[in-house]
Design a protein around this ligand. Structure first.
Ligand code: AMP
Ligand code: MN
Ligand code: MN
Ligand code: MN
Length: 285
């Protein structure tokens, strides 16, 4: 049992293992994200940008001694025709297999951006690729950059409408992008010494049976953990994902999936607590 003194000395650990910076579709520079995480009490942070580790190039964690930075990435893949995300945690960002894989993903992103832009141009929009490239400012281009373009042009009122009308499932911007297969992206993560986590399982809108199939395929490909907490979520969802995690003997991860300040449901360091009975992904770090 913890003594009273232990309880005082041992700080509360908050692991936010899923966040985004300006290296992909987040709005804070990596250093600003780190400061915000520290201010919100995060003790362990992973910046997991979409298909890039560029955030780590100039990230200096000495300014926030209370926060341990664990390098990470969120890689895109497909499963049964859906876009699926796998978070790689505690990776070596300089590993050559990972670096080569990221190069392929970057090319795929660029080609997809060209396709999305061509489709929007057919709908009468003016030079979207050039505008979106400017908005991305060197970052990996994602659909949120197109959403920003559509809002800025007054074509839609907000991001939600941009996805509903132009970028979401079945819309012009929903280019069937063949990312590298799940086996490959997990292989890169493992080669880089990392842990592969199936990100935000509830986002894929799968039935329980199909979600289990996805998780089983993920395990066959070498996946090790399930992100059972993504931001603020219901008790029912946490319980369901904890059961799945337990049944399949996966480790458990958690994070905010923070992108930008001002979204009360997705703030860095703020998310539903991981249940005490699961095996956290950081257990062996
Ligand atoms: P991409 O990586 O280019 O496929 O874009 C996916 C990203 O778009 C996600 O990581 C979210 O940040 C964002 N996103 C997806 N769906 C929506 C939505 N309905 N509203 C706002 N942002 C969304
Ligand atoms: Mn995103
Ligand atoms: Mn994601
Ligand atoms: Mn994410």
């Amino acid at each position: 049992m913890l003594s009273r003194q232990d309880a005082i000395i041992r700080p509360i650990m908050i692991f936010d293992l899923h966040t985004h910076s300006t290296a992909s579709d987040g709005s804070l520079a990596p250093q600003e994200l780190l400061s915000r995480a520290a201010a919100n009490g995060v003790t362990c942070l992973s910046v997991t940008d979409h298909d890039t580790v560029d955030a780590y190039a100039n990230l200096d964690d000495s300014s926030c001694p209370g926060v341990t930075v664990v390098p990470g990435i969120e890689l895109s893949t497909n499963w049964a025709g859906r876009n699926i995300h796998v978070v790689g945690l505690n990776i070596d960002p300089s590993n050559s297999d990972l670096v080569n894989g990221i190069r392929k993903q970057k090319l795929a992103r660029l080609q997809r951006a060209e396709k999305i832009a061509a489709r929007l141009e057919k709908k009468g929009m003016d030079n979207p690729l050039e505008e979106v490239t400017k908005l991305a400012n060197g970052a990996n281009i994602g659909r949120p950059h197109f959403a920003r373009y559509l809002v800025d042009k007054g074509i839609v009122t907000d991001f939600r409408q941009a996805f509903q009308k132009y970028l979401g499932n079945g819309k012009a911007g929903d280019v069937r992008q063949f990312w590298s297969p799940m086996e490959d992206i997990i292989e890169w993560i493992l080669a880089a010494g990392g842990t592969a986590v199936l990100a935000h399982p509830a986002h894929y809108k799968l039935t329980n049976t199909r979600l289990r199939l996805l998780a089983e395929d993920f395990i066959s490909a070498g996946g090790q953990a399930l992100e059972i907490v993504s931001g603020i979520q219901t008790k029912q969802l946490t319980a369901k994902l904890t059961r799945l995690c337990d049944d399949l003997q996966l480790m458990a991860s958690c994070g905010s999936d923070f992108h930008t300040p001002g979204n009360s449901w997705s703030e860095v360091g703020k998310f539903t607590r991981l249940p005490a009975n699961c095996r956290p992904v950081w257990e062996n770090w």
